[in-house]
Design a protein. Structure first.
Length: 237
């Protein structure tokens, strides 16, 4: 792979209700690593919602995935809390004459439409949009530095996966059922997209030159948002 070229990036769009964020993010990350984790591991599965998905049975990797999924969950929870407080303050200070205009703007806001690039059914605008977040997985290869008086290795990214998460907050039992069905469908579609991407795009994977252990370092990172307050600014995983 040409080190000067940008690595391929695969973008996945999903959504979840607040209680399912960690489970869904964890499941997607495990599915990505199941297709890109090269050490020998025993095949395993886990049930998420009503789906059975692959699971990488590696303690160190599983711990990292759990920490990042929990960190994203906390960030989204903080954003939802901040958004709800702002909405309450706006409602308390709004003038009666402007209430209908505000309600109309809120009903047509794109933040109330939950869809994925996979084409799953959208959630109706009456379900509130709690927050949006993003988590990325990067895979690296180690390359020996060629410059004089410079020792060691450089880590060069050869592939990136970006998962964009939108939180849906259903308000009624009908909306909860609709969100549940949509979450299952989008999770299944996303898992299938991961398999398709991984199997279709292989030529850029660097050769494995080491024996034992994971030949390619990886990093899982969360997009930091200044607007979400302390949870976004403090990188505590």
């Amino acid at each position: 792979m040409d080190a000067a070229a940008d690595p391929p990036e695969f973008i996945l769009d999903v959504f979840a209700d607040p209680r399912s964020v960690r489970d869904i993010v964890r499941a997607i990350l495990h599915t990505i690593f199941f297709n890109r984790f090269f050490p020998s591991v025993h095949p395993s599965t886990r049930d998420v919602l009503d789906l059975t998905l692959p699971y990488v049975d590696d303690d160190e990797l599983a711990t990292m995935i759990e920490q990042r999924a929990a960190a994203l969950e906390r960030q989204l929870e903080a954003e939802r809390f901040s958004s709800n407080n702002n909405n309450n303050n706006n409602n308390n200070t709004a003038q009666p004459a402007s209430s209908s205009s505000s309600s109309s703007a809120q009903a047509t806001s794109p933040r109330h439409q939950f869809s994925t690039a996979a084409g799953a059914a959208a959630v109706t605008s009456s379900s509130a949009s709690g927050a949006r977040g993003q988590i990325s997985v990067q895979f690296f290869e180690k390359k020996r530095r060629k410059a004089w008086l410079s020792r060691g290795d450089d880590e060069v990214c050869w592939e990136c996966w970006t998962v964009k998460v939108t939180v849906a907050e259903p308000r009624t039992e009908s909306e909860r059922n609709k969100v549940r069905r949509a979450m299952e469908q989008t999770l299944l579609t996303t898992a299938m997209k991961i398999v398709t991407f991984a199997n279709t795009h292989k030529d850029h994977i660097p050769p494995i030159t080491t024996q034992g252990g994971n030949p390619f370092p990886c990093k899982i990172s969360i997009e930091q948002k200044e607007s979400t307050g302390w949870a976004a600014r403090m990188r505590i995983y």
